[in-house]
Write a protein that binds this ligand. Structure first.
Ligand code: MN
Length: 491
């Protein structure tokens, strides 16, 4: 959907019409320039200056009712008495950014007079407004600085992604094939709580209901999609018979088409599988799930619906760029170069790939199906985040770790899966210690295109706890934070 954001300045009529004309001109010029900057991923919609309680209430109500509006940006150009904002702010249901800026960058020292002071008093008015937001306990992003500055525009752009995450969250619909993997704990959770907090729909289906759709895919459709795979990806036979190899790939093509048909007919945008409960499927969905993730579907393995929903939210926030499901697998513990190798049995999203993508067909050591076809590649290097949501019993906690993806020191020719190799911040030793103390799970929602700040702001907007593990980590402080949160988030 083409989301947009409402922008309005707050003021009052104390300084006369000439002043209000200037307020309007300034706000309009600001919106025009911000839209023209090319730095914002979504359009700002200029709205008339807000002066009265009724007008402010109408502004937020219209934002609530407009499906395309993902949030509001407000700025107090002059002094805007904040009691007039109470009714509107209490009704506001979409994310709010408070832009603390002013029209002029420099003070006009030689010409400044009281008229100028009265007209341009954001420093004053934005404090009055900020007090009311804080008094009402409304989460919001406060961005300070001149509106023409790149860093200010970048922060607005980053918040827009967070706001999209808030809006998109209410539209997440997860289709689960079967239940969680037996005996596993960290992928469990309270689906009523996630419906209340995030608006997530999480439905279970018997695997064979979906298998019916896979079985109904025609040979022609399978042939066409397999041809597409063969033209798009490198084929790594590795000694396997060419025809037998293609037959294995065709099974995944049937799964991709059948699954997508089942999901789209029912409005699902995320999916969960379980290798131990595949019904009549001939293979664990590998390549098929990788392709569905690439199309924007959320995914979690072994029944992990929380991660599937979170991957979907993060894909919406990033415009489906550089975001995938992952699992912490195995460590390199050589002093000075500690890192963790990330992968899964098969299901890593190609939006994180660097370079060529190949198809391999290899045995799976788990489950009881034939050798699945999968896409293999290595991931890009660079900064990213890994996120886990766990259910603490009565409440949800988000754990966000800044990570740095590194090149693997040596090739891993025997590994038939897509991998990432990263150093958690501040380093593997302390990062993993904090992650484990926080109860972070073994599956993560991963993205190159989001920051820990954005995810923390998302959690704040959703009303859940978030713990960030970054370069500033101090384990003792981190433990204290968890103790305090234990009390703050208890209901
Ligand atoms: Mn797993």
């Amino acid at each position: 959907m083409g989301y947009k954001f409402y922008f309005a300045a707050g003021s009052q009529d104390l300084y006369g019409n000439e002043c209000l004309d200037h307020v309007r001109e300034h706000a309009e010029a600001m919106v025009k320039a911000l839209n023209a900057s090319g730095n914002l991923p979504f359009e700002l919609v200029f709205r008339p200056t807000l002066l009265t309680s009724e007008g402010i209430f109408r502004f937020f109500s219209e934002a609530n009712d407009d499906d395309e509006c993902a949030g509001t940006i407000v700025w107090m150009h002059t002094f805007s008495p904040a009691k007039a904002w109470i009714k509107g702010l209490m009704a506001a249901r979409k994310p709010i950014l408070h832009l603390h800026t002013q029209f002029n960058e420099a003070l006009p020292f030689s010409s400044i007079d009281m008229d100028f002071m009265n007209e341009n008093q954001s420093a004053h008015g934005d404090r009055e407004f900020g007090f009311m937001m804080t008094r009402l306990g409304i989460p919001r992003e406060v961005v300070v600085g001149h509106w023409s500055h790149k860093d200010v525009q970048d922060r607005i752009a980053g918040w827009m992604q967070t706001a999209i995450g808030v809006i998109a969250s209410g539209k997440v619909r997860v289709c689960r094939l079967a239940d969680n993997m037996r005996d596993v704990a960290d992928t469990e959770g309270d689906k009523v709580e996630t419906a209340i907090k995030f608006g997530w729909t999480v439905d279970a289906w018997p695997a064979n209901e979906v298998v019916k759709y896979v079985d109904a895919v025609s040979a022609k459709e399978i042939g066409n999609l397999t041809d597409e795979y063969y033209s798009e990806y490198k084929i790594l036979l590795e000694g396997r018979d060419e025809k037998e190899f293609r037959r294995h790939v065709e099974v995944q093509a049937g799964i991709e088409i059948g699954f997508e048909r089942f999901l789209s007919e029912r409005g699902y945008n995320a999916v969960v599988t379980h290798f131990g409960d595949l019904g009549g499927l001939k293979q664990l969905p590998g390549l098929a799930i990788q392709r569905l993730m690439e199309k924007g579907y959320g995914f979690g393995a072994e029944g992990d619906w929380k991660t599937a929903a979170l991957v979907r939210v993060m894909k919406e926030m990033t415009g489906n760029k550089g975001t995938s499901f992952f699992e912490d697998y195995t460590y390199h513990l050589v002093p000075g170069s500690e890192a963790v190798l990330e992968a899964h049995m098969l299901e890593v999203c190609p939006t994180v790939a660097d370079g060529d993508i190949s198809i391999k067909v290899c045995p799976l050591s788990m489950g009881s199906r034939e050798d699945p076809a999968r896409l293999v590649y290595t991931c890009r290097t660079g900064k990213a985040i890994a996120v886990s949501m766990v259910d603490m019993g009565g409440r949800l906690r988000l754990i966000i770790n800044d990570v740095e993806c590194l090149p693997v020191p040596e090739a891993m020719p025997k590994l038939p899966v897509a991998t990432a190799y990263w150093k958690p911040m501040p380093d593997l030793i302390r990062g993993a210690e904090a992650w484990i103390l926080a109860g972070g799970g073994h599956h993560t929602s991963f993205s190159y295109n989001l920051s820990s700040h954005q995810m923390k702001a998302w959690a704040e907007a959703m009303g859940i706890e978030a713990l960030v593990i970054d370069s500033s980590l101090d384990i003792d402080d981190f433990k204290d934070k968890m103790r305090w949160n234990e009390i703050y988030y208890r209901r």
